[in-house]
Design a protein around this ligand. Structure first.
Ligand code: S3P
Length: 432
């Protein structure tokens, strides 16, 4: 994919449905009794992996790749059946970690595999708490990574055991995995995080009928609820909107509206950081979708100044840090991103990959053990970018390319299909 400098961006765009919420709508719909109808579902490769896995577990799910409308015919908490084959999660960490929590509570064994990237990502972070609950989950290569094998323990223990888990990392995937296993446990299960990660599981499972109590950074779930199928309207994904927010702020004389974006406070760190940097972003038509706040965002080009991104803010913008690094290249002064070592274990090592590729474009950027330091203001020039098949890297560099002198060539640019299949055509639609 070749990208280059563009004229002002104008117009209105609607980003696709939220990836985290789309995954959960299928998973929780499968565990509920009856029909769950999902609109604005994200038909990206990751969420289609979740649909494929639940079909293998005996759940009937109606959808077609081109539509964002999904109907899940749930069979209740104990309605899943043993799959004939290994479950393949593709590139999706959310699918692998959340489904593991569910599968540990079943009376049949399963195994899970995924692509090359997922086989390098740490699964010990879910295996440890699941083992504490009495689950039998193993890394087949014995390196803490997938493929994973899950054996049923229901024969000997009858149930998993509820625990209180102090998670060393603020991660919604770890938290959700444990809470889902807690559906099948004896007694209550709770998770305390060092800072609060996205709370879509807590909000949506409660809407389905689960009993979840969230106080500060601790979420507690009671077992064996009766979950009932429901309608879910998925908000637009703020992580996808982030690329257009950055483009609208950086490309001179731009004004764009991004419609129907989820602005849950556990996800809206990108808005807070942009405002800290002096961005002109206005929220209009704020409404509520089943506990998830949604708004239209009006973004106008702005002069940006450097900032510090750290601490409790990090989990609220973890997937937006690559595009924040791009913003920082055009901000006046030194931006410091820290407390973000988690970036090393995403679809790629996002610290190294951002620093390598932005350096190639002429940026003044240095990697640190838990983030990066960027001195803004150096002009960028086109270069060949290795996306490492990481969707968020490819999209971040498509935005950097809009401001660079000359042409930028993004390798494996089609990986945007993971979370935003129409990304390039949507971007083009704002630059007529
Ligand atoms: C997600 C949680 C985050 C995020 C990922 C989606 C989720 O991961 O990076 O893209 O849907 O729960 P961690 O929980 O590992 O930080």
């Amino acid at each position: 994919m070749n990208c280059k400098k563009c004229s002002p961006l104008k117009g209105t765009i609607k980003v696709p449905g939220d990836k985290s919420i789309s995954h959960r709508s299928v998973m929780f719909g499968a565990l509920a009794q009856g029909r769950t109808e999902v609109t604005n579902f994200l038909p990206g490769a990751d969420c289609l992996s979740t649909i494929r896995c639940f079909r293998q577990l005996g759940i009937s799910i109606e959808n077609s790749k081109s539509t964002d409308h999904v109907i899940v015919h749930g069979k209740g908490l104990h309605g899943l059946s043993k799959p004939a084959d290994i479950l393949d999660v593709g590139n999706s960490g959310t699918t692998m970690r959340l489904i593991s929590g569910i599968l540990c509570g079943q009376s049949f064994e399963t195994s899970l595999i995924g692509d090359e990237s997922i086989q390098r990502r740490p699964m010990g972070r879910i295996m440890t708490p699941l083992a504490m609950m009495g689950a039998d989950i193993k890394s087949q290569p014995e390196n803490g990574c997938a493929p994973l094998a899950i054996n049923s323990v229901l024969g000997s223990h009858a149930k998993l055991t509820g625990i209180h888990y102090n998670s060393p990392v603020a991660s919604a995937q770890i938290k959700s995995c444990i809470l889902l296993a807690g559906l099948y446990a004896e007694g209550e299960t709770s998770v305390t995080e060092p800072s609060l990660s996205r709370n879509h599981t807590e909000l949506m499972l409660t809407e389905f009928g689960a009993s979840i109590n969230s106080i500060g950074n601790t979420a507690t779930i009671l077992p064996e609820p009766i979950l009932t199928g429901r309608r879910i309207e998925v908000p637009g994904d703020i992580s996808s909107a982030a690329y257009f927010i950055a483009a609208g702020l950086l490309v001179p004389n731009s004004e764009i509206m991004i419609k129907n974006v989820g602005i849950n406070p556990t996800r809206d760190g990108i808005l807070r950081v942009c405002r800290q940097m002096g961005a002109n972003i206005v929220l209009e038509n704020v409404i509520d979708h089943g506990g998830e706040p949604v708004a239209d965002l009006v973004v106008c080009s702005s002069e940006l100044t450097a900032t510090q991104v750290s601490g409790e803010l990090i989990p609220t913008l973890i997937d937006e840090i690559p595009v924040i690094a791009v913003l920082a290249c055009f901000a006046k002064g030194q931006t410091i991103i820290k407390d973000a070592a988690e970036l090393k274990v995403k679809e790629s090592n996002r610290i190294d990959v951002m620093v390598d590729n932005l350096t190639r474009m002429g940026a003044d950027i240095t990697a640190t053990p838990d983030g990066m330091i960027i001195n803004g203001g150096r002009p960028l020039h086109g270069a060949t970018i290795d996306s490492k098949s990481d969707h968020r890297i490819a999209m971040s560099f498509a935005i950097a390319a809009l401001l660079a002198e000359g042409e930028t060539h993004i390798l494996n640019a089609e990986c945007v299909d993971i979370s935003y299949p129409n990304f390039y055509s949507d971007l083009k639609s704002l630059n007529r």
